[in-house]
Every structure is written in C-alpha cells, then in structure tokens.
Design a protein around this ligand. Structure first.
Ligand code: HEC
Length: 168
C-alpha cells in the first residue's frame, strides 16, 4: 500500500468513528429527553403527597382567587379576614360577613354546606336564625366558579385546619 493510500484509509476510519460518536450522543440525548418528558408531569401530579396541588387544581385555585376578589372580598375581606367586629350584628340586626380564614367558622362546615351557602346566600337562612345580606350566587356564577372559589378559600387554610374540615 502506498503511504498516501494508507493515510486516506486512516482518515476515512477516523471520520466514521466521529460519525458514530455523534450518533451515539444524539440517540442518548433523545432518550434522556423522552424520559424527562414522561417523568416531569408526574412530579407535579399529586405525587408529592399532602400540600402538593396538581396543575388542574392550581388552575382551579387561580380561577377561584379571581372570583373571590371580584365577588366576595368586599364583604369577606381581601385576606379572608371578614368584616370588622364580625361577631356583632349590624345596627339593623343583620349578620356581618364572617372571616373565611382559620379565625372564622367556615371550616366548621363540610364542603356540601359551604357550596350550598354560596349558591343560596343569606336567603337560605330561616328567619328565626337571622338576616344576612349575602347574595345568592347560583344565578351569578357557574358551578365551576363556585367550586373554584371554595378551592381558593381552602387553599388559604393551614394544613391542620384543612385536615379538621375534611372530617366535618
Ligand atoms: C354583601 C356581603 C357579602 C358578599 C358580597 C358575600 N358574602 Fe358570604 N356571607 C355574608 C354574610 C353576612 C354571611 C353570614 C350569614 C350567612 O351565613 O349568610 C356570609 C356567609 C358566608 C358563608 C357561610 C360561612 C359559615 O361559616 O356559615 C360562606 C361559605 C360565604 N359567605 C361565602 C361567600 C362567597 C364565596 C362569596 C363570593 C362569591 C360571598 N360569600 C359573598 C355576606 C356576604
């Protein structure tokens, strides 16, 4: 073999090896990408245990925050604190809006009661219990918005209050 031919052969072999290396890393990167894509969403899918919300729950809470600030905060407070001196009635004898945070009694009730309260408002109260100016939201908000606003309120509760309410 002439020296020139030998060099050419070596160069071809080198090029082939380089191509194989590129192919190997290309395939490895592709496989890694697929594994990441498969595993990534499951990390955010309630897999983290208590306190971790799935993407759809986070969306519901975000929607609920908007509903709350628009429709509820004027009475129940922007930080869920309720009306000042909420335990005492207004001069006309009607109820003030209680807090929805852990200092109120919202968490003393189960979800079904709370959803019903939002849908029917003060009109649900028997006259012997008292008068409340809370509007009925069943004609104003969709069921999804009502679920969302409760999800938002609950998202603001500490873990032990959330736990206590779940057994009501
Ligand atoms: C005009 C003022 C007012 C607005 C606006 C208002 N509320 Fe109320 N809400 C009250 C009053 C007063 C009470 C206490 C009497 C009663 O239960 O109706 C109350 C009670 C509640 C209760 C029952 C709490 C319990 O412990 O029994 C829930 C739940 C509630 N409101 C949720 C909401 C939500 C959610 C919104 C917004 C979509 C809202 N409220 C808007 C005045 C208001």
């Amino acid at each position: 073999m002439k020296p020139g031919q030998r060099q050419k052969k070596l160069a071809v072999a080198k090029q082939k090896r380089r191509r194989q290396t590129i192919l190997f890393f290309g395939v490895a990167a592709g496989v890694l990408l697929i594994i990441t894509a498969v595993l990534w969403p499951s990390q955010n899918n309630n897999g983290g245990g208590a306190g971790f919300l799935s993407d759809s729950e986070l969306e519901l809470v975000a929607m609920g925050e908007g509903v709350y600030n628009t429709y509820c905060a004027a009475c129940h407070g922007f930080t869920l604190e309720g009306q000042p001196s909420w335990q005492e009635p207004f001069a006309d004898g009607s109820f003030k809006a209680p807090p929805h945070d852990e200092t109120g009694h919202t968490w003393h009730h189960d979800d079904a009661y709370l959803l019903e309260s939002i849908k029917l408002g003060g009109a649900r109260l028997a006259p012997t219990i008292g008068v409340s100016a809370m509007p009925a939201y069943d004609e104003i908000l969709t069921d999804q918005q009502i679920t969302a606003v409760l999800a938002y309120i609950k998202s603001q509760w500490p873990a032990e209050i959330l736990e206590a309410q779940s057994t009501r």
